[in-house]
Design a protein around this ligand. Structure first.
Ligand code: AMP
Length: 405
């Protein structure tokens, strides 16, 4: 952005304003709007005008009885006031994403003003990556900026296809995407050793590519959450009713072999807190994770596993964390996740670099009140995982050839 001239230019910016709304359509958490402010402030200060596009929710999956989009429920009109308050500049809204109304509204925009276009996902063309739809957006502006990291792994019309209609010198990343990339590079390019990755969450299947990629990069992978039990099963352990992906047991074996060859240690939780049903328990019993009674399931890592994780994390110089260590939504099974959050914060204080990527670990770090004590929290769970996996990132590749796969 630093090299572009914005004075009297109309700038189309794809942001991620997919904020959670309550039943009265009030914003519950405006983190995503705040994350876009540095880019917006820069353009306004430089004398440009801004056209904002974003999606909000999944309107295509929640239509009314007549198969129509619920326009009010998913309208970006709900973010207008908040953005205006945060930026202190005129913010207009047009209730469409393409067509004459949008063209007029864009034409009437003055330098220093912002126009929010309606939810891009009101048109199926968005997710299809339709070129005509993308071109209609591109025609509105002189410059295109992608600052929606959360959707950078999607080849949607407004996140990647639109960029094809701008010359290389007239398109760029915004500040948020740049910050995400800088932080991802701290893991991908020459990370300080020891590099410890903490992986949790429900399923191994969601994390396979990530584990395969990390095995060559990290010194240690601490595995927790439901995915641990597929590994125990692979080693012949008894995991009771714990979550196991039977069709991934062989793969878990292969991943462990790969780790061995790469000299990467995979640490599985020695013990687990268990319950006989998927429900909260105030004082759950702990069992060795490979000897869980047949009527029980592991829902959190146990005290010995926490101790081991703490010790390994305390020695780390680079930390990547994705996925909770247990069903942290149940207070009786939140301990492992909160202990890991605390350990990551403590290691960060002692000089380690820590990146938290992925929805549920972000919720966990927020729940623990330690969000300010880690190095970086990614705004895009899926996008950050795809980037670290080395997967396709159309939203980045459309602007920077280095991201072409
Ligand atoms: P993910 O989206 O893959 O990061 O998974 C997050 C979800 O995994 C959370 O909702 C947790 O409740 C769930 N989870 C974590 N540990 C377990 C476990 N041991 N058994 C079942 N679900 C779990």
């Amino acid at each position: 952005m630093q090299h572009l001239e914005f004075k009297d230019k109309r700038v189309l910016i794809r942001v991620d304003f997919n904020v959670p709304l309550d039943e009265n359509l009030q914003i519950i958490d405006d983190t995503r709007i705040r994350a876009a402010l540095p880019t917006l402030r820069h353009i306004i200060k430089e004398g440009g005008s801004v056209l904002l596009t974003s999606h909000l929710g999944r309107p295509e999956k929640d239509k009314d009885d007549n198969g129509r989009i619920k326009r009010h429920k998913y309208s970006l009109v709900h973010v207008v006031d908040r953005l205006q308050k945060l930026l202190n500049c005129p913010v207009h809204f047009v209730d469409d994403t393409k067509g004459q109304g949008v063209i007029y509204a864009a034409g009437a925009l003055k330098p220093g003003e912002i126009l929010i276009l309606e939810n891009t996902r009101f048109y199926s063309e968005e997710k299809r990556g339709d070129k005509t739809f993308a071109k209609s957006l591109a025609n509105l502006a002189d410059i295109y900026i992608n600052d929606a990291f959360g959707t950078a792994h999607r080849a949607h019309a407004s996140t990647s296809i639109v960029a094809e209609f701008f010359e290389p010198q007239n398109k760029t990343f915004g500040r948020l995407i740049n910050k995400e990339l800088e932080n991802a590079n701290k893991l991908l390019v020459d990370p300080s050793q020891p590099f410890v990755s903490i992986l949790g969450g429900a399923k191994v299947s969601d994390k396979i590519l990530l584990i395969e990629r990390l095995v060559d990069k990290v010194d240690t992978i601490i595995v927790g959450g439901g995915m641990a039990y597929t590994f125990f099963k692979a080693m012949g352990g008894h995991v009771g009713n714990s979550l196991v992906e039977e069709d991934k047991v062989e793969l878990a074996k292969t991943l462990m072999e790969k780790a061995k060859h790469a000299n990467t240690e995979i640490i599985l939780p020695e013990d687990s807190l268990c319950a006989t049903s998927f429900a909260n328990l105030d004082d759950p019993p702990s069992y060795p994770s490979d000897a869980i009674p047949t009527d029980s399931m592991g829902l959190d890592i146990g005290p010995k596993a926490i101790e081991r994780a703490r010790q390994v994390i305390s020695e780390a110089k680079t930390i990547f964390w994705n996925g909770p260590m247990g069903v942290f939504e149940f207070p009786g099974f939140a301990n492992g996740t909160l202990a890991v959050a605390q350990a990551v914060a403590t290691a960060t204080k002692s000089g380690a670099y820590s990146l938290i990527g992925g929805g549920d670990s972000v919720a966990a770090i927020n729940q623990s009140g330690l969000a300010d004590e880690v190095s970086f929290i990614s705004t895009g769970g899926g996008a950050m995982l795809t980037l670290l996996e080395g997967g396709s990132m159309p939203g980045l590749a459309a602007i920077d050839e280095n991201y072409k796969r």
